[in-house]
Design a protein around this ligand. Structure first.
Ligand code: 5GP
Length: 189
């Protein structure tokens, strides 16, 4: 998606440790007009029935919420919890953090993720795929149908895209990074 690629070129900063900072429009300050264009692009790519959008806190929430308005469906975000053993009314999955290291638990209430749901998973970045695989696990536990996954920025040189697609999930990324270094910046696929 040209609009997103241009923003990344203009405002993105590549840090050591394979981290792209896009705090000016995605991860800190947010650009709702850009989010709307992204939501419309995902709608074009996933024209079938979607009854729920599922994302993960915190950075996915803004773009998922705007996309939810485009799709006309509720938006559910998985919460990150420090507690490992939470029983009962929630689905949980373990996710390894890309940016902070360590493993955390994500959870969502069973009452909001149903076997009848047709779910589109959305997130800001796809790196090693752990966040998306955690969200996929929540959907599988619920018996929900996963329509696909939409990602704003996929770092295509990392393993996540392959891992998630190997599970049979259609992944649509709006900007695909082929390589990035602090010196040379970002190159797209
Ligand atoms: P994964 O679970 O696919 O390894 O990483 C995805 C998660 O890590 C995303 O939810 C995102 O928050 C974070 N992440 C991964 N790579 C980057 C990056 O280059 N920049 C930023 N800002 N976040 C990233």
């Amino acid at each position: 998606m040209k609009l997103l690629e241009e923003r990344i070129i203009r405002e993105g900063k590549v840090y050591a440790g394979d981290v792209l900072k896009v705090d000016g429009f995605l991860n800190h300050q947010m650009d709702p007009a850009l989010f709307r264009a992204m939501g419309e692009e995902w709608r074009r790519l996933f024209p079938g029935e979607v009854t729920k959008i599922l994302t993960i806190e915190a950075s996915g929430i803004g773009l998922a919420c705007v996309a939810g308005e485009v799709f006309g469906c509720p938006v559910l975000f998985a919460k990150k919890s420090r507690t490992r053993n939470i029983a009962g009314s929630v689905y949980t999955a373990q996710v390894e953090s890309y940016t902070h290291g360590g493993v955390y638990t994500i959870l969502c209430a069973k009452e909001y993720l149903l076997p009848t749901d047709k779910v589109l998973i959305l997130d800001d970045f796809l790196a090693n795929g752990n966040a998306l695989l955690g969200l996929l696990s929540l959907c599988q536990q619920a018996g929900a149908t996963v329509v696909g996954a939409g990602v704003a920025i996929e770092k295509a040189y990392q393993s996540g895209g392959e891992r998630v697609r190997a599970k049979g999930v259609r992944v649509e990324s709006l900007a695909k990074i082929a390589s990035m270094t602090p010196d040379e910046g970002v190159g797209f696929c």
